[in-house]
Design a binder for this molecule. Structure first.
Ligand SMILES: *Cc1c(COP(=O)(O)O)cnc(C)c1O
Length: 230
C-alpha cells in the first residue's frame, strides 16, 4: 500500500500534467485533501506531506479535529451539507464554505460572520444533475441566489461547486462539469457587484482530471489520498 505522501505527490503530478496538457497553469488548480472520517494523526501526516488545504464534511467532527491539529496549520474548507443552526461554527473554523445553496443559509452565514468581523468566503453549490438525494440549487435558483447575495457585505462569493453522480467511467461526468462552467459564464455575464467567479470546485478522486480539463480550480480528493473510508 502506498503512503499518504506518495499519494499526494502522485496526485499533484497528475494535476500538473493534466493542466499542462490542456493549456492551463498548474498553480491555478488547488488540491483540497478531503479528510472526513479520518483522524487527526492521519490528517497531520497529510499536512506534513504537503497538503495545505483540507476539506471536511461534518461540523462537530471537524471542530474536534481542527482543535487538536490547530486552525492555522492548514486552510480549512467546509464541503458538507450545512444547516443554518451550524453556520456559526462553520464561520469560526473554515476559510471557505463550498456548500451554500439557499438564501436563508447565506443570510445566516453573513450574520455570523458580521458578529466576528469576518468576510466569509463562500461558493454556491449547484445540484448539477438535479438529483433528489443531493442538496444544491438548480441553475435558475443559482442565478437568483447570486442576485440576493451581492448585498450581503460579510460574504465574499468566490465561485461554484458541484458534485455530479458517481460514474465508474469519469468521462460520463464531463457534461456536468461543462454545465457548471457555463453557469459560471452566465453569472459573469450579469456583472453583479461584489461577485467573483474565480473558483470552480469540482472533481473528486475518480474524476478530477476530467474536471481540470473543464475548468476546475479546486479539486476535492479524499480516497485517493487517505484511502477508503470506514
Ligand atoms: C467525500 C467527498 C469528496 C471526496 O471524495 P473521494 O471520492 O473520496 O475523493 C469530495 N467532495 C465532497 C463534497 C465529498 O463529500
Amino acid at each position: 500500500m502506498s503512503s499518504i505522501k506518495e499519494n499526494i505527490d502522485n496526485i499533484n503530478k497528475q494535476i500538473f500534467d493534466t493542466a499542462i496538457s490542456c493549456g492551463r497553469k498548474p498553480e491555478d488548480i488547488q488540491l483540497i485533501a478531503v479528510s472526513k472520517k479520518k483522524n487527526s494523526d492521519t490528517i497531520l501526516e497529510g499536512i506534513k506531506a504537503g497538503a495545505c488545504h483540507l476539506g471536511e464534511n461534518y461540523i462537530q467532527e471537524a471542530i474536534d479535529k481542527i482543535n487538536l491539529i490547530g486552525k492555522d496549520k492548514a486552510c480549512w474548507h467546509f464541503i458538507g451539507h450545512l444547516q443554518s443552526n451550524k453556520a456559526k461554527f462553520a464561520v469560526q473554523y473554515f476559510e471557505y464554505i463550498h456548500t451554500v445553496d439557499t438564501v436563508k443559509l447565506a443570510k445566516e452565514i453573513n450574520k455570523q460572520a458580521e458578529k466576528i468581523n469576518k468576510v466569509q468566503k463562500i461558493l454556491l453549490q449547484v445540484n448539477i444533475a438535479q438529483e433528489e438525494t443531493k442538496s444544491g440549487a438548480n441553475t435558475k435558483e443559482a442565478i437568483d441566489l447570486v442576485k440576493q447575495l451581492c448585498s450581503l457585505t460579510n460574504l465574499s462569493l468566490q465561485g461554484l461547486m458541484c458534485m455530479p453522480p458517481y460514474f465508474s467511467d469519469p468521462e460520463q461526468a464531463r457534461i456536468y462539469f461543462k454545465q457548471l462552467f457555463q453557469i459560471k459564464e452566465k453569472i459573469i455575464a450579469n456583472q453583479f457587484d461584489n461577485v467573483s467567479m474565480k473558483h470552480l470546485s469540482m472533481g473528486m478522486s475518480n474524476d478530477f482530471k476530467v474536471a481540470i480539463q473543464e475548468g476546475a480550480t479546486m479539486v476535492r480528493v479524499g480516497t485517493a489520498i487517505f484511502g477508503s473510508r470506514n
